[in-house]
Design a protein around this ligand. Structure first.
Ligand code: MN
Ligand code: MN
Length: 293
């Protein structure tokens, strides 16, 4: 990996680590979700980087992809809170998450944390992703829980928050062999339910797909802004400003210029915990860029 590229990854990882450390203690019963998301995103910007995607705050059965709506009034209760944060420096993305348990299920949180540790012990150049998935599954099963089998970690590419290779959370025959230069986010999810997630009816996060012809002038303006500002990185409905912006977004969705990232939730309504770190694979060994402190 080019030294300047590695430096950008390190900077993104360092900022993410600081922001998560500052934000986690603010997750308390009664605190506002909207203020939490804005605190995280403003902190990233004030440290000289950009959010790689909206601050995800997913509660209880929701595993991923919730971010507060534009005028969100919700507050934390006795929830299992997944705080999932992305930071990019010049397009180089770091991605990490922690679970803050306000509801009294510490062993479920420990299960995903132990699975992440097991994966980090194993990962390196020449290691097969299926072996890592197997270690994750084994660690979570050891706590008497199930991994969410249809949610995976992923590779990271410049301006791409979800790239190849997929990093499975269960044992699998195939998978790919990791090589120097790969950057991957490992993210085990543990649940006391069935171990499957599906799409919920709510969407607050979107991503640019491609330029498409649209008639509404506000939709054309919005498409240009999104493509320039976020490129192919996800953005929040909350981030969009301007006249008739909701209507313009609907037009872009209909035209295929923008796609949705619906909230993903556990099919049985069971609790889900998550832990995540980003790893750079080097010629020899690895660097966990979201754990430098
Ligand atoms: Mn993440
Ligand atoms: Mn991720």
């Amino acid at each position: 990996m080019e030294p300047e590229v590695l430096e950008n990854y390190r900077k993104a990882g360092r900022i993410l680590e600081e922001v998560l450390r500052d934000a986690s203690p603010r997750v308390q019963v009664g605190a506002s979700l909207l203020e939490m998301a804005e605190f995280v995103e403003d902190s990233i910007r004030s440290k000289g980087a950009e959010p790689a995607f909206p601050c995800n705050i997913s509660l209880d059965r929701a595993a991923a992809h919730y971010t507060p709506s534009p005028r969100d009034t919700s507050r934390f209760g006795e929830n299992m809170v997944k705080l999932d944060v992305g930071v990019h420096v010049d397009g180089y993305v770091a991605d990490a998450a922690v679970t803050v348990d306000l509801g009294g299920h510490p062993d479920l949180v420990e299960a995903s944390e132990a699975a992440l540790e097991a994966a980090l012990e194993l990962i390196g150049p020449g290691v097969r992703t299926g072996e890592i998935g197997s270690a994750i599954e084994k660690a979570i099963m050891g706590y008497g829980y199930k991994p969410v089998s249809n949610l995976t970690g992923h590779g990271l590419q410049r301006y791409e928050a979800h790239a190849e290779p997929a990093m499975p959370n269960r044992a699998m025959e195939k998978g790919v062999i990791l090589k120097p230069g790969d950057v991957v986010a490992i993210e085990p999810f543990a649940t006391n339910g069935s171990g499957r997630i599906s799409e919920a009816p709510t969407t607050e996060i979107y991503g640019f797909s491609m330029q498409r012809p649209v008639r509404l002038p506000q939709a054309r303006v919005l498409m240009k802004e999104i493509a320039e500002r976020y490129k192919t990185l996800p953005f929040a409905r909350r981030w969009l400003k301007g006249e008739r912006v909701e209507y313009a977004l609907q037009q872009l969705l209909r035209a295929g210029a923008v796609h949705r990232y619906p909230v993903l939730w556990e099919v049985e309504g069971a609790l889900v915990s998550q832990a995540e770190a980003t790893v750079v694979i080097l010629d020899e060994g690895i660097e966990i860029i979201t754990r430098q402190g």
